[in-house]
Write a protein that binds this ligand. Structure first.
Ligand code: V47
Ligand code: SF4
Length: 377
């Protein structure tokens, strides 16, 4: 086997990690760290591809979704955020605040083919638990079958505190009004020292994990992210994934892991250089190897760019998120190449086929709606 001869050339400690991975065994934190420090891209790619194909075959998933960002006014001050405007600078011409009517219109203006609406934005005191519960209800009465994936743990923490209810009670209210799952944002880096430096005023790692645990316990599935490539070390990345792996062992409620590359335009951390594409691919591969209990690994193409997203399909990634639309601002304001991110289904299918994978259109919970095996869209 070609792969085996490549692996035989690897130094002994890396070879024993490879054997573990091929035997389907979990690697330790020390071994994860060794992969970050010494694993070459080609070596990592072989291992990650093995895990990816064992879990997801040749499929590369995508869905048809729309992103709604209700506001970029935010009470918090994350140093990496290019998108938020502090509430006190409300007159800033870049600031926006959508009304519930406008958000409902945004859903209505999309064709019936979308299967998911993703709602994430700044944390605005006026948009509280009951405001969003009412919005969810309106969306569901318009399209009961539309999956609503909404609110990061940061937003849920703020809304629940303001309403003076527990996380479980807050989540139950949202669920009863139509919330189906929660996205992975707000995780950033769990290490408390790094968190203090980059986003000290929002929910802690423990609170983030507790919200996802509570969600899983009441039947709400979720995703998890990591914001990498700034002031964190490889140790911090492993520590972050270890905490997620432990929670997933307990609950099984995570669907996918989404590494988010730090983009450095227009924020308070702009002096920090962005990491290379090679580091992006190494990070995807190590995430895939380390998080053996996460079913899926997503490359969020509006952030990483279409070319790297395509390459990532050979480095552990099996999901490219959705067709999206052109209203997502989080990354365009942070310096992503694509200022109006949207891909038609045809373009996404072509991009996946060119990478040698089989496009599989999915719903939010990864049930396959259809595959594109032949020359069809
Ligand atoms: O938590 C903000 C990140 C996240 C920057 O669950 C930045 O399917 C890089 O979580 N450079 C929000 N990243 C977006 C998010 C998400 C996106 C797509 C799909 C899903 C999902 C979740 O955006 C924040 C933060 O980590 N972010 N600023 C920046 N300058
Ligand atoms: Fe607010 Fe989220 Fe930006 Fe932090 S990352 S400032 S919580 S919008």
């Amino acid at each position: 086997m070609k792969e085996l001869s490549l692996l035989e050339k690897a130094p002994r400690p890396l070879r024993s990690i490879a054997e573990k991975v091929f035997d389907g065994n979990r690697i330790s934190e020390e071994e994860g760290l060794l992969l970050y420090k010494e694993g070459e891209l080609g070596f990592l790619g072989i291992l990650a591809n093995h895990v990816r194909e064992k879990k997801n075959g040749n499929y590369a998933y995508f869905n048809r979704n729309v992103h709604i960002e209700p506001t970029n006014l935010c009470v918090f001050d994350c140093k990496f955020c290019s998108y938020s405007r502090m509430l006190k600078q409300k007159t800033d011409s870049d600031a926006w605040e959508m009304t519930d009517v406008q958000m409902l219109e945004a859903v209505k203006n999309h064709n019936q083919n979308i299967t998911e609406v993703h709602i994430v934005g700044g944390v605005h005191p006026k948009m509280d638990l009951y405001y969003f519960a009412a919005l969810l209800k309106q969306i569901k009465s318009f399209r009961p079958d539309l999956h609503i994936k909404a609110f990061t743990a940061v937003e849920i923490d703020y809304m629940s505190r303001k309403a003076k209810v527990s996380y479980v009670a807050g989540l139950k209210i949202l669920k009863d009004h139509g919330l189906d799952s929660i996205p992975g944002g707000g995780a950033e880096i769990f290490d408390s020292e790094i968190r203090k430096k980059i986003c000290e005023d929002k929910c802690t790692a423990e609170e983030w994990l507790s919200i996802h645990q509570s969600a899983h316990e009441i039947g709400i599935q979720s995703n998890a992210t990591i914001l990498y490539g700034h002031i964190e070390s490889f140790e911090h990345r492993i520590d972050h994934m270890e905490k997620l792996r432990k929670l997933q062992d307990q609950t099984g409620g995570f669907n996918c892991f989404i590494p988010l590359k730090f983009r450095n335009s227009n924020n308070q951390m702009s002096a920090i250089a962005e990491v290379s594409t090679i580091e992006d691919l190494r990070n995807y591969a190590i995430s895939r190897i380390y998080l053996d209990n996460f079913p899926h690994l997503k490359a969020y193409w509006p952030m990483i760019g279409k070319n790297t997203a395509q390459l990532s399909l050979q480095f552990g990634v099996d999901d490219l998120d959705g067709t999206i639309n052109d209203s997502t601002k989080i990354y365009s304001m942070a310096g992503a190449e694509d200022q109006n991110p949207s891909l038609s289904t045809e373009q996404l299918v072509d991009l996946i086929k060119q990478a040698g994978r089989t496009p599989a259109e999915r719903d939010t919970l990864y049930n396959i709606i259809r595959t594109y095996e032949r020359e069809e869209v």
